[in-house]
Design a protein around this ligand. Structure first.
Ligand code: C2O
Ligand code: CU
Length: 480
């Protein structure tokens, strides 16, 4: 179904684009960044962007502070932050600080944790990020359209002691569905797509531009923070001629390890921090390819080495491992166990029936526009008042959740307010001490995750393919 979009994508890939955001030495101008205060003022407003590069057409987008992606928010671990969000859109919004373990009232879910921010209104978010790492922010109101039109930005919480790398780079990857004119195609919330892989676009940008090359220097070690801010596109990145090491997933440091089969898998909302030793040849270019969808691989960018001699004669010898965050360790022996079964979508029942048959007759109890469920219950939309929790936990208890994907589709399952320790997948233990806030589930996967329910409040658990969330793959966990 995405073939034509990807065909156009590769043509767009020929267009010239800019280099990645450089996070050290030459920080881009961040007009909202007050260097010493952890304070930001961020305005949600309409704007224009040249997604295909300086010579491409202009696209009407929705922005934070006029740019796509929004301004990089840099916070310091363990220090209070204050973020004032002003809404200059003509509809309600909220901001969710994805992956940050913060107080429930700061979580940005309309109705559930705060009133929505009306047009012309502001809202103050205040929290102290306990964990260093790569996080992000996005709306949790009319999410499909607001995220799909560009509202997203990265949050970097800095380690207390700087990590030894030559450069610290962010690639915020986003997927757009553009018309030939450059305008964003309307039609968010297509029911057929919602029952399948979701709203996958035709144009992938890196830090807001289709990228031809990103510049590197031979011999350097780069911390490369990858963030998939797409509505629905899953990515699997290969770095030709390089051996990236995964050092953190969803902001949480893990044992450094090479990606399985050399592919860095990034579901929507996921982040992976890589350590990349640039051991290629000066002057050469190396492809970075996304080959997640069979037969639809395309080049995301190229690593373009300048002509200069390597900055060191051997691989940098600083340790790869990042300092761990203060996550509470689950007590598995005393854990409460629950199963959450993911249900619905096309081809979920006996073979391929017609869409009407599948959605009408196949899924009992599902109303209009509802195509997914968790344990037989469908919560739809973005979050609203009166959502009853599927599970309630006593504060401090260890919870083991078995996530069972009974559908024929992939789902990046996200939990607010907590990080999850991934214990096993399909009965096999998962090594590397991985913690994640978004667990990508392949069709028919069964994953076991554990966490300490230490953060009181009502927390969303949903698929981060936004069309899936909107059409029922969402629930609430309560910690009392
Ligand atoms: Cu990034 Cu409720 O999501
Ligand atoms: Cu899903």
């Amino acid at each position: 179904m995405n073939r034509e979009y990807n065909g156009r994508l590769s043509r767009r890939g020929l267009l010239q684009a800019s280099a990645g955001l450089l996070l050290t030495a030459t920080l881009p101008p961040l007009r909202a960044w007050a260097a010493s205060s952890n304070e930001y003022r961020i305005v949600a407003e309409a704007g224009r962007a040249r997604l295909a590069g300086p010579n491409g057409p202009e696209t009407d987008v929705w922005t934070y502070d006029g740019t796509v992606p929004g301004p990089l928010v840099r916070l310091r671990q363990g220090e209070p932050a204050r973020l004032v969000v002003e809404n200059r859109l003509d509809q309600e919004t909220t901001v969710h600080w994805h992956g940050i373990r913060l107080p429930n009232a700061m979580d940005g879910v309309p109705g559930l944790t705060q009133p929505p921010i009306g047009p012309g209104e502001s809202y103050v978010y205040e929290f102290t990020p306990p964990d260093a790492g790569t996080f992000w922010y996005h709306p949790h109101a009319n999410s499909l359209e607001q995220l799909g039109r560009g509202l997203a930005g990265a949050v970097i919480v800095e380690e207390r002691d700087p990590v030894a790398v030559d450069r610290d780079l962010l690639w915020l990857l986003a997927d757009w569905r553009l018309k030939e004119t450059g305008e964003i195609a309307s039609g968010f919330g297509n029911r057929m797509e919602a029952a399948m892989s979701g709203h996958v676009g035709n144009t992938v940008t890196l830090n807001g531009r289709v990228s031809e090359t990103e510049s590197f220097r031979a011999g350097e070690r780069v911390r490369l923070r990858l963030l998939n801010a797409s509505l629905a596109r899953i990515m699997a990145l290969r770095f030709e001629g390089h051996r990236p090491m995964i050092v953190a997933i969803d902001g949480q440091p893990c044992d450094p390890h090479e990606p399985e089969s050399g592919r860095v898998l990034l579901g929507p909302a996921m982040r992976v921090d890589l350590m990349l030793d640039l051991q290629g040849e000066p002057g050469r270019r190396y492809d970075v390819v996304d080959d997640f969808y069979d037969g639809l691989s395309y080049r995301v960018t190229q690593l373009a080495y300048d002509e200069a001699a390597p900055i060191r004669g051997h691989v940098a010898d600083a340790p790869l491992e990042l300092p761990r965050n203060p996550l509470p360790e689950p007590d598995l022996a005393a854990a409460e166990r629950h199963t959450l079964t993911l249900q619905g979508g096309m081809m979920s029942m006996a073979g391929m029936s017609s869409m009407n048959g599948m959605m009408g007759g196949g899924m009992t109890g599902m109303g209009d526009g509802t195509v997914w469920a968790i344990n037989g219950q469908s919560m739809t939309g973005d979050g609203h008042a009166g959502m009853e929790p599927a599970l309630t936990f006593q504060r401090g208890c260890t919870v083991v959740l078995e996530l069972r994907n009974e559908t024929a589709w992939w789902h990046p399952m996200h939990v607010h307010g907590h990080s999850l320790r991934l214990l096993s997948r399909n009965g096999q233990p998962v090594p590397h001490h991985q913690w994640q806030d978004t667990v990508l589930m392949a069709p028919k996967d069964v994953a076991e995750v554990a966490f300490v329910a230490d953060n009181p409040g009502d927390w969303m658990l949903h698929c981060h393919v936004i069309d899936h969330q909107m059409s029922g793959m969402m629930t609430v966990l309560r910690v009392v």
